[in-house]
Design a protein. Structure first.
Length: 189
């Protein structure tokens, strides 16, 4: 890896500053977590938990931004967004063959709706079933949805990308979307 310049440090800091959102709905708890340090010279990772007013876990995820100043051929650029979303799923949805495509459409439409200009989009949709046995047999069957995706943003302004990802979290958590310009009122916990 080549040494990064002050200009690249400044470019990275500018990109990171666009991730700071002034208003986030109260059901979403966002924190910075350790980022993978071997994938690129610069990296930041955010984790989110969507929780109900009763502290029920509705969804969780990771949003990672990688920056390699010299670029990556597979990224077709020098920034890459890597995301993960996991949410509980109704067990009857597991049998719907079209569900995976619908879930992928949630991501694509969220990116479009938030104006997140990007290219080289790729990812997977996974549905899992967990059954417990022996001393854990009293636990209910757990079914989950996982959406993993990555894309190359068209600029270092990542504000629309983080908003799109949070929009996907809201959909997966089954939270009512808020109209533009409306802030949610925090519910008592």
């Amino acid at each position: 890896m080549t040494d990064h310049s002050d200009a690249e440090d400044a470019r990275w800091q500018t990109a990171v500053s666009t991730l700071r959102l002034p208003h986030v709905r109260p059901e979403l708890v966002i924190e910075e977590v350790p980022a993978p340090n071997r994938l690129a010279q610069f990296a930041i990772a955010l984790a989110v938990d969507a929780v109900s007013s009763l502290d029920e876990d509705l969804a969780s995820g990771r949003f990672v931004v990688l920056h390699e100043p010299d670029g990556q051929p597979t990224w077709n650029g020098d920034f890459r967004v890597v995301t993960f979303v996991k949410a509980p799923l109704e067990s009857d949805v597991l049998t719907g063959d079209m569900f995976d495509e619908v879930a992928w459409t949630w991501l694509v439409e969220s990116l479009q709706d938030h104006g997140a200009d990007m290219h080289n989009l790729s990812g997977t949709v996974t549905r899992t079933v967990s059954r417990s046995f022996a001393d854990l047999r009293d636990r209910e069957i757990q079914t989950d949805l996982e959406i993993r995706a990555s894309w190359t943003p068209d600029s270092e302004d990542l504000s629309t990308h983080i908003k799109a990802w949070l929009g996907l979290i809201e959909i997966c958590a089954d939270l009512e979307p808020l109209p533009a310009g409306v802030s949610a009122i925090a519910k008592s916990r």
